[in-house]
Design a protein around this ligand. Structure first.
Ligand code: SF4
Ligand code: SF4
Length: 260
């Protein structure tokens, strides 16, 4: 598949999922605000701690559509490549030093000390140490729309658990499932990964070629779809020069145990 064909297939998918989400989100927010006893969302404009998280989960298809929109807005491949590779280099050098990607709770907390924001984040220091706003607010991926807190932003700053509305979170995660299902129908696979790394990888020839390759999962193999999805993310990391290793397997197992 080529870039234009992929965009023609993916754009309506991303937009439709988002439009349905916005409709449902607004109803859920209305319900919560009409309940005087319900907690309130504490996220405010200028609070950018979550834009510094080491995992901003987006689908590869979302990253592709976002990239296409940045290019349509007049950004060039060269400048975006510079911007995202600078981030990826720092992120992956940190990972090599630590022995794995920041997958576990403790390594994510440690990563936050780097104060490395998403490359699409616009810093406004007057709003605090990690203050700023999203530079692509109207195009931001689903996670950046549905992630929220009902507690002090200080908890986010420390990467500690915080309250959120269960219905909004559940519906939000459902949008990622919807996107993945559609992407699998188009490409045979769909990776979820860290948004800035996905974008950096798509800005390399190898990464874009990998993303546009249509595969057919071998259904006779157990977990064939999971293997294809995961393989896509590992290949995209490979396009950035990062080799998934034993340390990453160990961290992934630990991270999975943490959420169970
Ligand atoms: S989720 Fe946390 S860090 Fe993100 S805007 Fe809300 S309070 Fe701030
Ligand atoms: S896309 Fe925007 S909202 Fe999402 S992490 Fe990046 S800067 Fe923050």
């Amino acid at each position: 598949m080529n870039f234009a064909q992929a965009l023609e297939r993916l754009l309506p998918v991303v937009d439709t999922v988002h439009e349905r989400w916005v409709h449902d989100r607004d109803i859920m927010l209305q319900n919560h605000s009409s309940n005087a006893e319900a907690p309130v969302i504490t996220c405010t404009k200028g609070c950018g701690a979550c834009c510094h998280f080491p995992i901003i989960p987006a689908t590869a298809g979302e990253a592709f559509v976002l990239l296409a929109r940045l290019l349509a807005d007049g950004r060039t491949v060269e400048e975006l490549h510079l911007q995202f590779m600078a981030y990826a280099r720092r992120y992956l050098e940190w990972s090599v030093r630590q022995g794995s990607l920041p997958l576990t709770d403790s390594s994510q907390t440690l990563f936050l000390k780097e104060k490395l924001p998403c490359p699409l984040f616009v810093r406004t220091p007057e709003t605090g140490a990690l203050g700023g706003h999203c530079g692509v607010f109207q195009y931001r991926p689903q996670i950046c729309d549905f992630y929220h807190s009902l507690d002090s932003p200080q908890l986010c700053l420390m990467k500690k658990p915080h309250g959120s509305f269960a219905d909004i979170s559940e519906r939000g995660h459902g949008t990622l499932d919807e996107l993945q299902r559609s992407e699998r129908e188009i490409f045979g696979r769909s990776a979820i990964g860290h948004l800035p790394l996905l974008l950096a990888a798509l800005l390399t020839d190898e990464g874009m070629k990998t993303f546009l390759t249509v595969v057919e999962p071998d259904t006779s193999v157990e977990n064939a779809q999971d293997i294809e999805d995961f393989g896509l993310y590992v290949s995209l990391l490979g396009a950035l020069g990062y080799a998934w290793g034993d340390g990453d397997w160990a961290s992934l197992a630990k991270a999975q145990a943490e959420v169970l």
